[in-house]
Design a protein around this ligand. Sequence first.
Ligand code: EPZ
Length: 419
Amino acid sequence: MEKVIIDGGTKLEGTITVSGMKNAAVAVLYATVLAGDVCVIENLPNISDVVISLEILKSVGATVEYISETEVKIDTTNVLDKMPPDKLTKKMRASYYLIGATLGRFGHSIIGYPGGCDFGVRPIDQHIKAFNALGADVSTEGNVIEATAREGRLKASNIFFDCVTVGGTMNAMLAAVLAEGTTEIENAAREPHIVALANFLNFCGANVSGAGTDKIKIKGVEKLHGCTYELIPDMIEAGTYMIAAAATGGNLYIDNVIPKHLEAITVKMREMGVTIDEYDDGMRVYCEGPLCNVDIKTSPYPGFPTDMNPQIAVLMCLANGEGVLTDTIWDNRFRYVEELKRMNADIDVEGNMATFAGSTVFKPARVRAVDLRAGAAMIIAGLVAKGQTEIDDFFYVERGYDNIIEKLRGVGAHIMKIG
Ligand code: EPZ
């Protein structure tokens, strides 16, 4: 399998440009099914989750044409509510957005159970709750999810999520935009990618308001049409490179960011002693002195993102003093700790809480990417450790980081991919 070899100990210096947001891209791509028309999506990241999503859309009748490496034209006129290949849909989590979109357009959808990073149980009960509320029966027999609108077309409803769920909020929005009547989603997720999806749907003629707050209102319309839409930059990719700059003691200008999306990350890194200069659409990140450790709890946006858990953990290994990282979103997101321990980290995990002794001197080692964001963290640790670090299962990282090898080499990293 693919691996990465890093000759660590070099400070990262220069400019890195952030690509389009993965978690907005996958939602918007499946949302094009609702348009039943031609959509052009711009600032698309070149990552395998996007490639697989486009393959899934083609498998159900869409035509896809790349206008450039980051721009794609999708015609969903002839899409049908048929089951896409299981081998594709189980490669990622977001394939389940096809349910909301197809159910919303046709009143029926069938898809194999989605895959995705393994950090504990990843239920879909809230998605099913939303589809049931909108008048659909949902069966999950034999790892196949099939949803059918009882009266042919979905009917608007009030949906109150038991927990804040990004995927559940996305799927409820997708299903509700063509439903009869006005739907209200309460306890909705507020992530920037939720807003991105709402904006895309409104560009297609939908009537979605309140996205970005915990209450979203959707007035069902009869039909949608195509549009041209530019994706927002990826806040987690940006945060990952912010950590890499601080961890290597370098000085990076990170271009194409929305500073507001990064507030929770910026606040915590400044607390640790990192200097972060904010500009309209960029950040300069560097360290002028030693780092001190902090306590961090992940929480839904605008809190500290769980998708920055492994990356900030690397900085917490390096900082002086003890730090505690608690993940309130996923019950098993610390599988990467064993890999960091191979590199001399001193971390104690109990349930969803990790305690860092700090002042780690990372040692090079052969480690593996246990999931997407964990893989990015191992790259950062490898960039810090003096000597050669090998990272197996690099394919995880390519699911969510556009051209990460080239981007890091462009700012001085000695890194290459093998296999
Ligand atoms: C999305 O996953 C992201 N993936 C994840 O990012 C991210 O970690 C997560 O949101 C939280 O921000 C995509 O956007 C493709 P959730 P999702 O539904 O939608 C519980 C990455 O690295 N829950 O917000 O699957 C669930 O168990 C990936 O880019 C239910 O109980 O996450 C969790 O505790 C990894 N029932 C919490 O809600 C449900 O029906 C949040 O999950 C759904 C979720």
